[in-house]
Design a protein around this ligand. Structure first.
Ligand code: HAM
Length: 420
């Protein structure tokens, strides 16, 4: 049997990289004061229909939706923002005195997409959400956190693209302009876009099939429809980014694939050679109406998410080696029943005092045990031979210097603690 298409097993060796990266992301979240939130992997389908938007590809084509035994429509979460906002409202986090509420999450998301390099049906997102502030400085903070996540892991070939989708009024005006622009060529667009034109014309700009249609290049830009307030907001976000020395490109065609966005939208791409066809590493933006849409008080919000899969692909493409310590501290070698029992108790004691140690469980000969220690790159090999056993001692070999010592068992702990 094989794992389903678009999923993967993370085996030892690879899972070490995941642990390292996830650890770094948690440290970074702490540095920026974002606290972890863990929400369920499945939610009521309605949450995503209302949150993500029922005209999006995610909701229309990509959700893992099923009816449970209680006849409820349940969906495996395709993204994290809707769930975080649902939890924010349900637990009244808006009532907490420390605002904005700054949250992060790491966990699996599910989308029924056509799998390819960098596109999975189950993938892991790290994301942050800041709820309760409409200060453009927090837009810049979120973007800086996203950039910092990649840079602190060693990535260099990054491109930050930003846009503004404006407020409600700006979007309404832009919407009408898009309808006027595309209606004369409606028949030439794909059937999805013909529907999008009626339901949500902004989505037409995001179409993969009609990307090269000539009407796309001349489509009205949202930036020309921003009202005074929206364009001032966008300018302030840019001023903060400038002040933080974060370089960016303004791309008026950046629209994002989820419906909840307004004002700031951004994506980070990899410029690295050999990264593959999908270059987007992460995406996010502001979603000021979402808390209210999901039943909470009017609360502004902004966040982003990245997949760990694509982050690891980018590290690979740029040849970044993660500083993962693969070496084992100690390996204990013993032969014979009596020595094996003693070895087990030594291993146990060392572990109790926090020393990383392993031993043989295959009944291997002495030479093969030494080989195993070599394979694990043990720093110290401890040998419990007949003489040592009889004298309550153990031979300790420093595998880097080749030095060998015979140590009283009582002093072994302290001896190793000093050297490791
Ligand atoms: P999104 O652009 O749909 O936004 O996804 C964010 C990131 O998740 C993408 O840039 C990519 O790294 C990763 N991703 C998405 N789909 C896949 C896939 N099929 N396979 C691998 N990686 C994938 C959101 O999900 C928003 N919730 C982000 C956000 C948070 N906006 C505000 N707050």
């Amino acid at each position: 049997m094989k794992a389903p298409r678009g999923t993967q097993d993370l085996l030892p060796g690879v899972s070490d990289k995941w642990q390292y990266v996830e650890g770094k992301l948690k440290e970074l979240s702490n540095l920026y004061q974002y606290k972890e939130i863990r929400t369920p992997i499945f939610e009521h389908t309605e949450l995503f229909e209302r949150g993500v938007g029922d005209t999006t590809d995610i909701v229309q084509k990509e959700m893992y939706t099923f009816t449970d035994k209680g006849d409820r429509s349940i969906t495996l979460r395709p993204e994290g923002t809707a769930s975080v906002v649902r939890a924010f409202v349900q637990h009244k986090l808006f009532g907490s005195p420390s605002q904005p509420t700054k949250l992060f999450y790491i966990g699996p998301m599910f989308r029924y997409e056509r799998p390819q390099q960098g596109r999975m049906r189950q993938f892991v997102q790290y994301g942050v959400e800041a709820l309760g502030s409409a200060d453009p400085a927090i837009d810049a903070e979120v973007i800086s956190l996203a950039m910092n996540a990649y840079q602190s892991l060693g990535l260099k070939s990054l491109k930050l693209v930003i846009n503004s989708l404006g407020d409600q009024e700006s979007r309404e005006n832009h919407r009408q302009a898009l309808i006027d622009h595309f209606t004369p060529v409606k028949e030439e667009l794909c059937s999805d876009c013909q529907t999008r034109l009626e339901q949500n014309p902004l989505r037409v700009l995001d179409c993969k099939k009609d990307r090269d249609h000539e009407a796309m290049a001349t489509a009205p830009s949202i930036l020309d429809y921003l009202n005074e307030e929206s364009s001032q907001y966008f300018e302030k976000v840019q001023a903060y980014l400038d002040a933080m020395n974060i370089s960016y490109i303004v791309d008026k065609n950046l629209v994002r694939g989820l419906d909840y966005y307004n004002h700031t939208a951004f994506e980070i791409m990899s410029d690295a050679q050999g990264f593959g066809a999908i270059t987007t590493l992460s995406g996010g933006g502001r979603y000021n109406g979402l808390v209210q849409e999901l039943g909470g008080p009017e609360t502004p919000g902004i966040g982003f998410a990245m997949s760990i899969e694509r982050l690891l692909m980018a590290l690979e493409a740029e040849g970044v080696d993660l500083p993962i310590d693969e070496r084992l501290d100690c390996y204990v070698i013993s032969i014979g029943d009596e020595a094996n029992i003693k070895a087990a108790s030594i291993v146990n004691k060392l572990r109790e005092s926090g020393i990383q140690v392993d031993k043989d469980y295959q009944g291997k000969k002495m030479k093969a045990q030494f080989k195993a220690a070599d394979r694990l790159q043990a720093k110290f090999v401890l040998v419990l031979g007949e003489d040592e056993l009889a004298n309550n001692q153990i031979a300790v070999k420093n595998m880097d210097s080749g030095e060998q010592d015979t140590i009283e068992l009582e002093q072994l702990n302290g001896y190793l603690q000093r050297l490791l």
